[in-house]
Design a binder for this molecule. Structure first.
Ligand code: KG4
Ligand code: ZN
Length: 354
């Protein structure tokens, strides 16, 4: 399975213990992970309450908050793992994609620690890391073994909707991505239209639980045979419906609108992923990213897929540093050691990874 990259089982080389650091958006996170699998700690400080008042992530505020939070979070991660930096083999840190002002905080912190403690630093792609959350140990795994290649990965988060063919560790072919809004972004924007709180994903999910998904027939954007996604037409359709309903004296049927919107997003995500798995003879399907926390999306994958579907436990769907240390481990094993002058890459696509 790992011949191409010659990744031998960990036991042959001794345990590799990495400190992971993640600050790409609005979560400040640090974790200690052994062999890309065993989480000794996984600490996340969410800024969601701070950004809720702006209805979305306010980049300057996010950056400043990371500066305040990063060291206490790092200390907690080491304390909870019962180790010191002397017990760490390297530092895996998110290099991109993400908000430039947020990424540099984690990156500069990692560089400082690396320099002071003579540790190697491994710059990690955030999307690759979401994929590697499937290799982390958890009692809540939907499949009780590591993912098998080739696999189809669906990464759906606030900034990305990517359909990826993974033929080996660290080997990706991007089949499709969003042409406009990311899936999570669509949830966030539609939530705002419906007067629901930020972040929109959990708020829409909750409203949808008491709604009728057949109340409105919103468009599904199939884009013919393409593996790409598009959600802006759907968002506009919801907006038009809301404007129409606002002209009546009746209260806005928020739950029905939320349920109908959510069903439209999920149908496209699930159908395209299953179709890709068949087309590319996948062994497994893997879903990751914040939107993979969605209960209805998880249920539909498990109900409709003839392929084993790896779904991270809820705590590993949204941004965290365990997944950064997880992906960092596989990079470490193939010899990646980055220079201390690496820059943040705010627009780093997964297709450019080698
Ligand atoms: O992966 P993530 O934490 O951050 C990014 O890398 O973007 O994803 C955040 C996104 C937000 O857009 C949020 O609304 C969405 O994930 N999300 C959900 C749910 N929980 C979070 N979307 C749908 N249903 C959920 N339960
Ligand atoms: Zn993410």
């Amino acid at each position: 399975m790992n011949d191409k990259l010659n990744i031998s089982p960990p036991s042959q080389e001794g345990t590799v213990r990495l400190l992971g650091i993640e600050t790409s958006c609005d979560e400040t996170a640090a974790a200690v992970v052994e062999d890309g699998k065993k989480m000794l700690s996984n600490v996340v400080a969410s800024q969601v309450d701070i950004h809720a008042q702006y209805g979305g992530v306010f980049p300057e505020v996010a950056s400043r908050q990371h500066v305040i939070t990063i060291y206490p979070i790092l200390e907690q991660a080491l304390q909870q793992a019962h180790i010191t930096l002397e017990d760490v083999d390297g530092i895996a840190v998110t290099r991109g994609p993400g908000l430039a002002g947020s990424l540099v905080v984690g990156l500069n912190t990692a560089k400082g620690i690396a320099l002071a403690n003579q540790l190697p630093i491994i710059g990690v792609n955030h999307l690759e890391a979401h994929i590697y959350s499937a290799w982390l140990d958890s009692t809540e795994q939907t499949v009780e073994r590591d993912p098998k290649f080739p696999l189809i990965a669906l990464i759906v988060s606030g900034g990305h909707s990517e359909l990826v063919l993974m033929t080996d560790h660290l080997t990706y072919q991007r089949l499709g991505s969003t042409l406009d809004d990311a899936a999570g972004e669509a949830f966030d924007k539609v939530a705002r239209l419906l007067g629901l709180e930020y972040p929109g994903g959990p708020a829409i999910q909750q409203a949808a639980e008491s709604g009728n998904e057949r109340a409105f027939s919103f468009p599904r954007s199939w884009l013919n045979d393409s593996w790409d996604f598009s959600f802006s037409g759907l968002k506009t359709a919801v907006l038009r419906e809301v404007r129409r309903l606002e002209k009546t004296d009746l209260p806005l049927p928020v739950n029905d609108l939320a349920a109908s919107f959510q069903a439209a997003v999920i149908e496209v995500l699930v159908t395209k992923t299953l179709r890709a798995a068949k087309e590319f003879n996948a062994e497994d399907i893997l879903i990751a990213g914040g939107v993979s926390a969605n209960t209805s999306l998880r249920q539909q994958f498990l109900e409709l897929s003839e392929f084993p579907v790896h779904i991270p436990p809820l705590s590993l769907c949204t941004d965290n540093a365990a997944m950064i240390a997880g992906a960092g481990y596989y990079r470490y094993r193939v010899g990646q050691r980055d220079d201390l002058d690496i820059d943040a890459l705010p627009n780093w696509p997964i297709s450019e990874l080698v």
